[in-house]
Design a protein around this ligand. Structure first.
Ligand SMILES: C[S@@+](CC[C@H](N)C(=O)[O-])C[C@H]1O[C@@H](n2cnc3c(N)ncnc32)[C@H](O)[C@@H]1O
Length: 276
């Protein structure tokens, strides 16, 4: 038996993820085209509103003022995108909590139904977490879960994460996480992918120096696309060195979309970058 070094592990990992099917030149060409149209591109949403059933209890969490400690910007009615224009400081949301506003702060973009973010917040009580989503059943569900568990380190926002990022001060967050973002598989929809140079520059600006951006996806094309975007940005340092994905970390619970991907036979790719 031979002893394997961390570098061996990385090489094996790189081999495991080495794709026979992904055309990396095509990814570079598409990204170069996108970079030439930043103006139009900024107005395009990365999400599409989905309709799914919502329980009465979760609906109540969206509408009842009693949940105001957790749900930051209720809309007062169903079916309306949350307004984030007044949210300019996520740390201040925790001023009156046991952790206070100086605790490590993580923002999760697109938490879906919220199970994985709820688990993370429960497992790391000294860290403050904010989740932002546009999907109301998920917003209601995560709010109700956090309320039932009495979590003081989790806040929930309804709205577009891009608009929120634009409102936040420089170097405001310790971690930004993006788990199983919509893959937007059709070529004409690539511009909606969350991970692009333009949008990731917004993430980089709000991260503290040494702060972390963690993404995961079950779509191989998007995984290599993310690697190309992030390895090419001077604002980010690949925690596993350029060209490599990250081994799946234990602290990331399985998400709903991850489970669905695995059921369909997809692989899973994690990427962790540090802000330079
Ligand atoms: C494919 S789902 C994954 C959900 C969850 N992270 C999981 O793994 O189960 C992606 C989610 O991101 C949300 N999303 C996409 N763009 C967003 C944005 N700009 N702001 C907030 N949420 C967004 C969508 O509404 C959707 O629920």
């Amino acid at each position: 038996m031979t002893n394997s070094t961390p570098q061996d592990t990385q090489n094996v990992l790189a081999d495991t993820h080495a794709s026979q099917t992904i055309d990396k030149d095509e990814i570079s060409t598409r990204l170069a085209k996108l970079a030439q149209t930043p103006e139009q591109f900024r107005k395009i949403n990365t999400f599409m509103k989905r309709r799914t059933h919502m329980s009465q209890h979760h609906e109540q969490a969206l509408l009842d003022e009693r949940f105001g400690d957790i749900y930051v910007n209720p809309t007062g009615e169903l079916g309306k995108l949350g307004d984030v224009s007044a949210i300019t400081d996520l740390r201040a949301l925790f001023a009156n909590t046991p952790n206070g506003e100086h605790a490590p702060l993580t923002l999760e973009i697109g938490f879906g139904m919220g199970d994985s973010l709820f688990e993370m917040a429960k497992n790391a009580p000294e860290t403050n977490f904010v989740g932002i989503e546009v999907h109301e059943p998920g917003i209601g569900r995560l709010t109700a879960l956090a309320d039932e568990a009495g979590l003081a380190n989790l806040k929930v926002i309804n709205g577009d994460a891009i608009a929120l990022l634009e409102n936040l001060p420089d170097q405001h967050l310790d971690t930004v996480q993006l788990y199983f973002p919509d893959p937007w598989q059709k070529k004409r929809h690539y511009k909606r992918r969350f991970v692009t140079h333009d949008r990731m520059a917004k993430v980089a600006r709000v991260l503290n120096s040494g702060g972390k951006f963690h993404a995961a996806t079950d779509w191989e094309h998007y995984a290599f696309w993310m690697l190309e975007v992030l390895d090419g940005m001077p604002e980010f340092i690949n925690s596993c060195e350029k060209g490599n994905f990250t081994p799946r970390p234990d602290f990331r619970p399985l998400t709903k979309f991850e489970k669905r991907g695995i059921t369909h036979g997809h692989g899973v790719w994690d990427l962790i970058y540090l802000k330079a």
